[in-house]
Design a protein around this ligand. Structure first.
Ligand code: PLP
Length: 505
């Protein structure tokens, strides 16, 4: 007796036929071209009309527009969806290309990288294995080698693209942790050693170091923060003392994290002196150059990174100072062998035999599996405009920050913290005779918020020695000193307005 199952439907039903029209393939190329052209047109139109970096909208004003959209009733038509997008996103987005966007480490992006983004999302390679990417894998490898060469690493170097500086730092510390734990021969020894491991980083280092320590199962007091001097660079005398203290107390240091471009101050820790100390102590040196990596291609300032070539691992964020769209970052290590700590062979994906067959599977080096081909953006950037051009853009913003520092230093209404080696400026409104304290803090907080609400400019804020400061992060060569002077006038006006109000009791 034969089995009579349900009738098999051989033809797609009407809705399935319509759905298939949205699949990108050789039969839908006209729709692909039209849709993308329409998207490019909208963005161009919006850019042409954007006269300020932000509309000043509040979350309370915008949220209802998004909440009210019925996601179960598609519009079908790209033009209608783009109309809607205008209201829920494009109109009120924060525009990093605008010369008065001066807030966080977001750069305007270069057009060759946008071209790369369009290509990579359409082809949609996944960089975990050769059999999902082919040339993509080789291009990524070539760019890692190129970056390693710029760092000054030798032939044993290797690395992998990551989603960002936080992930690069996490992976660096994972590799360093595993190296530190090789001293443990048994599970019991490993368990006993793990809570004793320490990481040394400067107080101006990035918070992803603390987060990584937590994710890596280190003890809550594992990260020892080394103070900085008045120049906001790691105090190497204290670092030396801390290394010695850890040794004396039997607390193995799994890594020293030096920062080449602190997020707030744009300062670079003294890399040669730190490398000397790490070498003497036999400790892993990680250099977080998420921000400062742009100096790798600077025609005039590469020397500021001298000593980076002595690191065991380096974080580079192309999406900060190489003018690349998010995401684009890499972790580069001086000795490829350490990447084995991120290797796992899955039968279905990257079985061990593939290593013998010399099949290049990047997943063997990555903590991600499916992974975007972000390297393509950098590839097209280098192939179209070249490294020197990228470096000269970064040089320009570093010059501009120096000029902004000078401007602020001679303005009696402001106090400026320290001269950046990169492109930030940390300052606050404090006219002569104005006492320090909460009222002044409120004035600076208010100035930042009022400015953002007006949409005229966006600046960042931070705390220095417990007090509220304002911060410019300059990454746009189009930002002129006049823009900066104008923003300072606006900030001074807002802050003075609040200071004129009576201090809260
Ligand atoms: C010095 C430094 N390291 C790491 C990071 C984290 O990078 P990402 O935001 O790409 O994760 C940042 C971000 O600003 C940073 O400034």
């Amino acid at each position: 007796m034969s089995f009579q199952g349900p009738a098999i439907q051989t033809r797609p039903a009407g809705s399935a036929v319509r759905a298939r029209q949205h699949l990108f393939n050789d039969r839908t190329l006209a729709s692909y071209r039209d849709s993308l052209a329409a998207g490019v047109e909208r963005v161009s139109d919006r850019m042409a009309r954007t006269d300020r970096p932000f509309s000043g909208i509040t979350p309370q004003q915008l949220a209802p527009e998004i909440v009210d959209i019925d996601l179960d009733r598609p519009l079908e038509d790209p033009a209608a969806a783009l109309d809607e997008l205008e209201d829920v996103y494009l109109r009120d987005a924060v525009y990093f290309h605008h010369p008065r966007y001066l807030a966080h480490l977001n750069c305007p992006v270069v057009i060759p990288a946008l071209l790369g983004e369009a290509v990579l999302t359409a082809v949609n390679s996944s960089l975990d294995t050769w059999d999902q990417s082919a040339g993509g894998t080789l291009i990524e490898r070539r760019l890692i080698d190129w970056t390693a060469g710029r760092i000054g690493f030798g032939v044993d170097a290797d690395g992998v693209f990551t989603s960002g500086g936080s992930q690069s730092n996490l992976q660096a510390l994972l590799l360093a942790r595993e190296e530190a734990l090789t001293a443990a021969r048994t599970v019991e020894e490993r368990t006993a050693l793990l809570p004793r491991l320490r990481v040394l980083a400067s107080e101006a280092g990035h918070f992803s170091v603390q987060k990584s320590a937590k994710l890596l199962g280190l003890s809550p007091d594992a990260v020892i923060t080394v103070p900085t001097g008045a120049d906001r660079r790691m105090d190497t005398a204290v670092l030396a003392r801390e290394l010695e203290r850890c040794r004396a107390e039997g607390l193995p240091v799994l890594a020293v994290v030096a920062t080449a471009g602190t997020t707030d101050f744009g300062t670079i820790d003294p890399l040669p002196a730190i490398a000397d100390l790490c070498e003497q102590a036999g400790v892993w040196l990680h250099v977080d150059a998420a921000y400062g990596c742009g100096l790798l291609v600077s025609p005039t300032r590469r020397h500021l990174l001298d000593g980076i070539e002595r690191a065991d691992s380096v974080t580079v964020d192309y999406h900060k100072s190489f003018f690349q769209p998010v995401s684009s970052s890499a972790l580069v290590v001086s000795d490829s062998a350490v990447l084995r700590h991120a290797t796992y062979h899955a039968d279905y994906l990257n079985p061990a035999r593939m290593v013998e067959q010399r099949i290049p599977n990047q997943v063997d080096k990555s903590i991600q599996t499916t992974r975007r081909f972000d390297a393509l953006k950098l590839w097209l950037t280098l192939r179209i405009m070249g490294a020197d051009a990228v470096g000269s853009l970064f040089d320009e913003v570093v010059d501009r920050a120096a000029a902004a520092f000078d401007l602020l230093s001679t303005d009696p209404r402001f106090e400026v913290v320290t001269r950046s080696q990169l492109s930030t400026v940390v300052f606050r409104y404090r006219p002569a005779g104005e006492p320090d304290g909460e009222h002044l803090d409120r004035a600076n907080l208010h100035a930042r918020e009022a400015l953002a609400a007006s949409g005229e400019a966006v600046v960042a804020g931070t705390k220095v020695d417990g007090r509220h400061y304002l911060k410019f992060t300059l990454l746009n060569p189009e930002t002129t000193l006049d823009d900066i002077a104008h923003v300072l006038e606006l900030l001074a006006g807002h802050a003075a307005g609040l200071l004129a109000e009576p201090a809260a009791a």
